[in-house]
Design a protein around this ligand. Structure first.
Ligand SMILES: Cc1ncc(COP(=O)(O)O)c(C=O)c1O
Length: 466
């Protein structure tokens, strides 16, 4: 640092030598009283030479830049705040104005997505094996293996792999006989796929509010919404938090309703010692690229009912008879998953414990880094539930939410607002009869933060004004 300090009465040659002495490529210019008056970077110097200056010329006041400075002892958050994409070096001065050190911070331009699949050589190995086997369509050893192993993992007997999580819900509802005239209860806070699947069956969705603290469907509101036309309920384990499955199953059994658990965001979560997905008649998963376990695109229906398993297999494959090729007893779909997708799924499933614990570690790091902020409400843990981390999900003050997301975007960090309440979207509002205050509150205050390994937490802290 000392060698890069240069007096303002020197020649440009001395300034260049000072710049050259400092790996950061900068010279700190001081006046006769040894007070910092500005800086010259190697870029500034290049521009001086290009403007016709000679190395023998004296350094003039117009040759150096006034700069933002920091005082000795300023904390790291304050220092980061003083930097930006152009200003990467902040001189630190003592109480007499003499430069004693500098702070350097590179604002990475790399885009940090909200989610990133965790892919290793294991996925590549299985994928290559499936590719080389030439079984790249919807038959092959990985399909069978993935269905069996995934169903086992979620404490179910049968798995029916599908091309995505949305069609998995649709397939489940059709297999349960949900159709025109039936009502299906869905939570207000969920991704639109849940309600769309109901509408694609020709059934009527009934939107109900979620719990304020748990964010999942309110069993009380659910029961209040049951009519003689209700046929099924779709509890959604939103943002990795298990719904109150004991209570939901009690109500469903009392009213003889089907339960389709939407587990798209909760692979591996547990309730009362059992995996989510093992409570409902059929449960569905998504393996989209941003999900805990991914196959690129993909989904799965799981069940322990052998008849439902058989029905779903037929419906998934154009309604074709399993015993008589090209004979169709039902109007089905092509909802099949490919062997290539399943190969990735098998590898992911082998690594699921480490994927889950790494996501918990990421959330833990956020909690530590942002601990000083009492404005943040973290996702809660409930005694009987073992949630998983899908996206790190927090609540902030409504008035600050969009500004925080904007500041994160400015720093190339992708953060997402929570889903809009279904009932607030014109295409769905007719399916809600009551105000869903909790879903509205959560939707306007929730943020999903990037759940990736190398997220730059200092940038996150800056966006939160820390
Ligand atoms: C709660 C929920 N249900 C269903 C889906 C649909 O899954 P997919 O995108 O695989 O169709 C998603 C996906 O984002 C989801 O979050």
């Amino acid at each position: 640092m000392t060698n890069s300090i240069c007096g303002n009465n020197q020649q440009l040659r001395n300034v260049l030598e000072a710049i050259n002495a400092e790996p950061a490529g900068i010279s700190f210019i001081i006046d006769a009283e040894k007070k910092l008056v500005g800086v010259v970077t190697d870029g500034d110097f290049r521009r001086l030479l290009l403007s016709g200056k000679k190395l023998e010329d004296p350094l003039l006041e117009t040759d150096y830049n006034n700069c933002v400075v920091a005082s000795q002892g300023e904390d790291i958050h304050a220092l980061i705040k003083k930097t930006n994409k152009k200003v990467r070096i902040i001189p630190i001065i003592d109480d007499k104005g003499y430069p004693i050190d500098y702070f350097r911070y590179e604002h990475k331009t790399r885009f940090t997505p909200v989610a990133e699949p965790s892919l290793t050589s294991k996925e590549l190995e299985y994928l290559t094996d499936a590719f080389l086997s030439t079984w790249i369509s919807s038959r092959g050893k990985y399909i069978d293996r993935f269905e069996i192993e995934f169903a086992q993992y979620v404490d179910c007997k049968f798995g029916v792999a599908t091309s995505n999580g949305t069609v998995a819900i649709h397939l489940a509802l059709v297999a349960l006989g949900v159709g025109k005239g039936d009502e299906v209860i869905v939570p207000d806070l969920t991704f639109a796929a849940t309600i769309n699947a109901v509408l694609h069956c020709g059934a009527t969705p009934v939107i109900v509010d979620v719990e304020k603290e748990r964010w999942t469907i309110s069993p009380h509101e659910m029961e209040a919404a049951i009519t003689e036309n209700t046929k099924a309920i779709i509890p959604v384990h939103i943002y990795g938090q298990p719904c109150e499955m004991d209570e939901i199953m009690r109500i469903a059994n009392k009213h003889k309703l089907f339960v389709v658990e939407d587990c798209a965001e909760a692979h591996g979560a547990m309730y009362s010692g059992k995996k989510v997905g093992s409570f409902g008649h059929i449960s569905t998963y998504s393996f989209f690229g941003n999900k805990i376990l991914t196959t690129g695109e993909g989904g799965m229906c799981v069940t322990t009912d052998v008849d439902l398993d058989g029905k779903m297999r037929v419906l998934r494959d154009h309604g074709m008879s399993p015993t008589k090729k090209y004979w169709h007893d039902e109007i089905g779909f092509n909802y099949r998953m490919t062997n290539l997708q399943a190969a990735i799924g098998c590898a992911q499933l082998e690594r699921i414990d480490s994927i889950l614990s790494s996501r918990f570690r990421i959330e833990e790091t956020y909690r530590k880094c942002l601990a000083e902020l009492n404005e943040i409400t973290w996702q809660l843990d409930f005694q009987e539930a073992k949630r998983v981390v899908w996206l790190v999900s927090i609540l902030v003050k409504k008035k600050n939410r969009n500004e925080i997301i904007r500041k994160l975007k400015e720093q190339n960090i992708d953060a997402r607002p929570f889903f809009y309440p279904l009932s607030k979207m014109p295409i769905y509002e007719q399916y809600s009869t009551k105000e869903c205050k909790n879903a509205q509150m959560l939707s306007s205050t929730g943020i999903n933060l990037p759940t990736v390994e190398d997220v730059d937490l200092s940038k996150i802290a800056t966006a939160f004004n820390l």
